[in-house]
Design a protein around this ligand. Structure first.
Ligand SMILES: [Fe+2]
Ligand SMILES: [Fe+2]
Length: 358
């Protein structure tokens, strides 16, 4: 095309492509793909968008913006992620309008999505609309030699489910963080049997990645950072050499190692939760390994939010936290130590001292 024939429209298209190329995180990509193993791949992780309907077609714009920003940034990833995991809590109160709105925003993603259900998506109609319109509540799939299992880890006990007069009351009770009337999450015996059957065909040398919404271990019961039968899930995973659990729900950087299993949490695109110990001043089981995420400005609701991308290197997950108002972090499995390490801050001498607030 000669210069004279470049229309304004085609110029804008070209300029846009150049800007996109400049914005792609080239150096990160080189690290991820440094070793030329065909089995290495990347996927992105967006979680806990909590889209909240105000009325009709009006939604809380701040939460919409968080999800839209994550989607735009994932679309810039180069090479493209093989898929994107949405880690649950797409909606705030499980309304059809919220789930529909979320599906509409997520349709802008230029990669397939693997969906995990959260309690905010579930407790209005016990997952009926989600299962109908979004995704099965539990399933498994294989990708480039890795076995992925998606669990519905936000089930709870029947007595609690039955005690509420209306679905709305039940949803509101489950949506609260510090609710003494709450009920711990479970995976449940029926799903454990399904899991055992699903894993029976997988060899112990196959890397396994489990995607759940709640942590599949016990962090802090009063806030339901907790799965009551987590040990039973861990027992089913015991025979595998490389196992990783990735979860949402806690809205913060958190990682752990229990036996053969590495755990990584994902932040929210909507708001961060504090660490229970810093808020309640009571002891809790935030893993000793975890280097707390310092928030430069706790008064900014964006500080401590973001999304993540992960590369699978020889069957182990390396977690890259893309934090919007905070320092990006990489936590990767260190084979010599047998647990995940923060590549910059694991050494106590290198940590940023915690802020003091008055
Ligand atoms: Fe959440
Ligand atoms: Fe949640």
């Amino acid at each position: 095309m000669s210069e004279s024939k470049i229309t304004r429209r085609s110029f804008l298209k070209r300029a846009g492509a150049a800007a996109a190329a400049a914005a792609a995180p080239i150096s990160l990509v080189e690290i991820a793909w440094g070793k030329s193993d065909a089995r290495n791949f990347t996927f992105a992780y967006i979680s806990d968008s909590h889209l909240t309907q105000i009325k009709g077609t009006k939604f809380v714009s701040n939460f919409d913006k968080g999800l839209k920003r994550a989607i735009a940034e994932v679309n810039f990833m180069h090479p493209k992620p093989d898929f994107v995991v949405f880690g649950g809590d797409l909606a705030q109160l499980g309304k059809r309008a919220e789930i529909d709105h979320g599906l509409e925003l997520m349709s802008a993603l230029r990669a397939p999505v693997k969906w995990v259900v959260g309690e905010h998506d579930f407790y209005l109609d016990m997952g009926e609309y989600w299962a109908d319109k979004v995704s099965p509540l539990r399933y498994s799939f294989d990708h480039k030699g890795v076995h992925f299992v998606v669990l519905n880890s936000i089930l709870t006990y029947e007595d609690w489910i039955r005690k509420w007069k209306t679905p709305e009351e039940r949803m509101l009770a489950m949506a609260r963080l510090d609710n003494p009337q709450g009920s711990p999450f479970i995976v449940g015996d029926e799903q454990l049997r399904w899991l055992r059957k699903d894993l029976a065909k997988v060899s112990s040398d196959t890397p396994v990645v489990v995607l759940s919404h709640s942590p599949l271990y016990k962090v802090f019961k009063p806030w339901n950072f907790w799965t009551d039968d987590a040990e039973k899930v861990q027992a089913e995973l015991k025979r595998f050499r490389k196992v990783t659990v990735i979860h949402g729900h806690v809205h913060q950087v958190l990682y752990n190692q229990i036996g053969n299993i590495s755990f990584y949490a994902m932040m929210s695109t909507a708001w961060p939760w504090p660490y229970p110990v810093s808020y309640t001043q009571v002891p809790n089981a935030v893993p000793k390994l975890t280097v707390f995420m310092n928030r430069a400005d706790p008064h900014s609701e964006r500080d401590g939010t973001g999304w993540g991308w992960l590369d699978l290197d020889s069957g182990r997950v390396n977690m890259h936290y893309e934090l919007w108002e905070n320092t990006p972090r990489t936590v990767r499995f260190d084979a010599s130590r047998g647990h995940p390490v923060d590549t910059v801050y694991q050494d106590p001498a290198k940590r940023i001292p915690p802020q003091e607030h008055y």
